[in-house]
Design a protein around this ligand. Structure first.
Ligand SMILES: [Zn+2]
Length: 57
């Protein structure tokens, strides 16, 4: 079972079951939810630079 880390919240996502996937600059990112996917799409560079926010508001 392959896992990836959601770059927005830091959760582990099962890549085989992931429904929320974004390809960005030749890489594929997996998200736990539509919410995280939308946040990434709105500002991908922020999450790629800063990493997951975790539970912080
Ligand atoms: Zn998430």
């Amino acid at each position: 079972m392959a896992k990836a880390v959601d770059p927005v919240c830091g959760m582990e996502v099962d890549t085989e079951k992931a429904k929320f996937v974004v390809a960005y600059k030749g890489k594929v990112y997996y998200f736990c939810s539509q919410h995280c996917k939308k946040k990434f799409e709105a500002n991908p560079e922020y999450y790629l630079t800063h990493g997951p926010e975790g539970m912080n508001p």
